[in-house]
Design a protein around this ligand. Structure first.
Ligand code: NGQ
Ligand code: ZN
Length: 472
C-alpha cells in the first residue's frame, strides 16, 4: 500500500495528470484533504496514480474567488438595457435597481441567491464576497432577527457549496456631508452599532467555519461619515482585527467631484490619508484614480476590486490597470451586478479595455510572465483570496480544497500544450464553457457542467422570478 492511502482516506484524494500549482503547471499531482475540506498535502511528479485514488477527468486549476456580489441583482439582469430617457446613466440604473430591491422578500432572496451561486460554481467561482445591504423589511422596519436577510444569503452559500465572506453593509447617508437617506434607501439604513449587531447576530446563528467568514462593508464614502467609519472599524477590530473591510470607492466621476467639493480630496486619496488602508481592505471600483492614487493604492497592499462586465454595463470608466500592475498593485475580480457570471470574461475584458485604450496587444503581460492569461489568472487568484480573508486560491497544504477540472477535450484545449491552456480558457469564446467539474471543500458540487441541485434550484428561481416580474 502506498504512503498516500495509508495517511489519508483515499476518498479524500484526487490524482491529476496536470495541475496548476503555485509554481505553474505540474504533472502527476496528488491532492489530499481532510474531513473539514482543507488540503492536507499536495505532491507533484508522482510516477503514477496511487491505487484506489480517483483520477480527475482533465487539468485541475484553483477555483476563482468572486470578490464582489450583490446577490439580489441577479434577478434584474437584462431588464435595464433600454433607453428610458436621453441621459440614462449609472444613476438612472440605480433608481431602477432600488425599485427592484424594494420588492425582494426573504424567500425571494434565498431562491435568487441559491441560483446565482449555482451559476457561480458552474463558472468556477468557488468563493464569493457578498456585499449585502438590503437589511430591513419592505417598509424599512427591522426584522425580528435583524440579520434575517443576510442569513438567507449565508444559508444559500452553504446549501449550494460556494465559500462565503459575508460583508454586512453600513449605509447611513444619501450623499457626502451626511445627507439624509432617501425614502427608497429605507431597507439599507443602520447606525454602526446596529450594523455591528447584525454581524454579531450572524456570528451567533451561523458561526464561522472553513467555508464562512465575516467582515464589514462601509457602502461608499457617500454613504458613511468619517466618524461612523471609525466606529465601525473599532467595533470590527473588537470582533476580529483582521476581518476584511470592503468599500465602493470611486466608481463615478460625479462622486469624485462631490468628494473633492465637500472633503477636499479625491476618494481614494481621502481614504488613504485618513485610515490605515492595508491588506484587509478591498477597494471596489477604484475606477477613477489619478497617478498618485494609483501608486499609493498599489503600495498599500489593499485589493483593487475590479468588476469589468458590470463597470462596462454601467458606463463607469476604465481603471488604469497597466500602471497599477506595473506598481505591483493587487487586484481581484467580481461579478457585482451579475450581468455576467464568469471570471474568464472579467479577465478578458480587463486586458481588452487596455488594448482598446492603448491600441496595443498583450498589455498586461509581465516581464517574468509573458502569457497575459497566466499572469491575470494567478494575480486574480491571489488578490481575490486576500479579499475573502479566507485561505483559498491555491492548490497547497492549508488552503481550502477548491478547484476546477477543465475539459481537455474542449475544442479550445484539445491538441494544445499546457502553456496555452489558460490563454485559451480566458480568451477563447466558442460555445460551452471548458469548466467541467468543480470541487469546494473537497466535494464535487459540479459534475459534467451540472450542479448537483441544479434542476430544483432552477425551478425555485423561475417561480421566484415569475412572481417578481408579475408584481413589477
Ligand atoms: C450597489 N452597485 O450598491 O449596488 C451599487 C450601486 C450605489 C454598483 N456600484 C449603488 N455597481 O453605488 O450607490
Ligand atoms: Zn457593488
Amino acid at each position: 500500500m502506498n504512503h498516500a492511502t495509508t495517511m489519508n482516506d483515499a476518498s479524500r484524494s484526487l490524482f491529476a495528470a496536470q495541475a496548476w500549482l503555485p509554481q505553474g503547471w505540474q504533472r502527476n499531482v496528488l491532492l489530499e484533504w481532510d474531513a473539514a475540506g482543507t488540503l492536507l498535502r499536495v505532491q507533484s511528479g508522482l510516477d503514477a496514480a496511487p491505487d484506489g485514488v480517483a483520477k480527475a477527468s482533465g487539468p485541475v486549476i484553483p477555483g476563482m474567488p468572486n470578490l464582489h456580489s450583490h446577490a439580489f441583482q441577479r434577478a434584474m439582469a437584462g431588464l435595464t438595457e433600454y433607453r428610458a430617457n436621453p441621459t440614462d446613466s449609472f444613476w438612472s440604473w440605480r433608481d431602477l435597481m432600488y425599485r427592484f430591491a424594494a420588492r425582494i422578500t426573504p424567500d425571494d432572496l434565498g431562491a435568487v441567491a441559491r441560483w446565482l451561486y449555482v451559476e457561480m460554481l458552474k463558472a468556477g467561482y468557488t468563493s464569493v464576497c457578498e456585499f449585502h445591504y438590503v437589511h430591513h423589511a419592505q417598509d424599512g422596519q427591522r426584522y425580528v432577527n435583524p440579520a434575517e436577510l443576510a442569513q438567507r444569503v449565508v444559508d444559500a452559500a452553504s446549501e449550494t457549496g460556494v465559500g462565503m465572506t459575508m460583508l454586512p453593509v453600513l449605509y447611513q447617508y444619501s450623499g457626502f456631508g451626511a445627507r439624509a437617506p432617501r425614502e427608497d434607501q429605507r431597507r439599507f439604513i443602520n447606525t454602526p452599532e446596529q450594523l455591528l449587531g447584525i454581524v454579531e447576530a450572524l456570528r451567533g446563528a451561523r458561526p464561522e467555519h472553513g467555508a464562512l467568514r465575516y467582515g464589514v462593508a462601509p457602502h461608499s464614502l457617500r454613504a458613511v461619515s468619517e466618524a461612523s467609519l471609525r466606529s465601525l472599524l473599532a467595533g470590527l477590530d473588537a470582533i476580529s482585527p483582521d476581518a476584511p473591510v470592503h468599500i465602493h470607492i470611486a466608481e463615478q466621476t460625479a462622486e469624485v467631484e462631490a468628494c473633492i467639493e465637500t472633503e477636499g480630496a479625491r476618494p481614494v486619496q481621502w481614504l488613504l490619508d485618513r485610515f490605515d488602508v492595508n491588506a484587509r481592505w478591498c477597494l471596489v471600483h477604484a475606477t477613477h484614480v489619478d497617478d498618485r492614487e494609483t501608486q499609493a493604492l498599489a503600495r498599500s497592499g489593499a485589493v483593487a476590486g475590479l468588476c469589468l462586465t458590470t463597470e462596462a454595463n454601467l458606463g463607469d470608466g476604465i481603471f488604469p490597470t497597466h500602471d497599477y500592475l506595473a506598481a505591483n498593485g493587487v487586484f481581484g475580480v467580481g461579478s457585482d451586478s451579475h450581468i455576467g457570471v464568469d471570471w474568464r470574461a472579467e479577465l478578458r475584458l480587463l486586458e481588452y479595455g487596455q488594448r482598446l485604450v492603448r491600441r496595443e496587444r498583450n498589455v498586461l503581460a509581465a516581464p517574468q510572465q509573458t502569457s497575459v492569461a497566466d499572469r491575470l489568472y494567478s494575480a486574480a487568484l491571489a488578490g481575490g483570496a486576500r479579499a475573502t480573508g479566507r485561505k483559498v486560491g491555491a492548490l497547497e497544504a492549508g488552503a481550502r480544497a477548491d478547484w476546477i477540472v477543465l475539459d481537455a477535450q474542449h475544442p479550445d484545449l484539445a491538441e494544445k500544450t499546457p502553456q496555452n491552456w489558460l490563454s485559451s480558457v480566458v480568451f477563447c469564446e466558442h460555445g460551452q464553457t471548458p469548466v467541467l467539474d468543480v470541487y469546494t471543500g473537497g466535494e464535487k458540487v459540479v459534475e459534467g457542467r451540472r450542479h448537483r441541485d441544479e434542476a430544483r434550484l432552477y425551478a425555485d428561481y423561475r417561480a421566484t422570478l415569475a412572481r417578481l416580474l408579475a408584481d413589477a
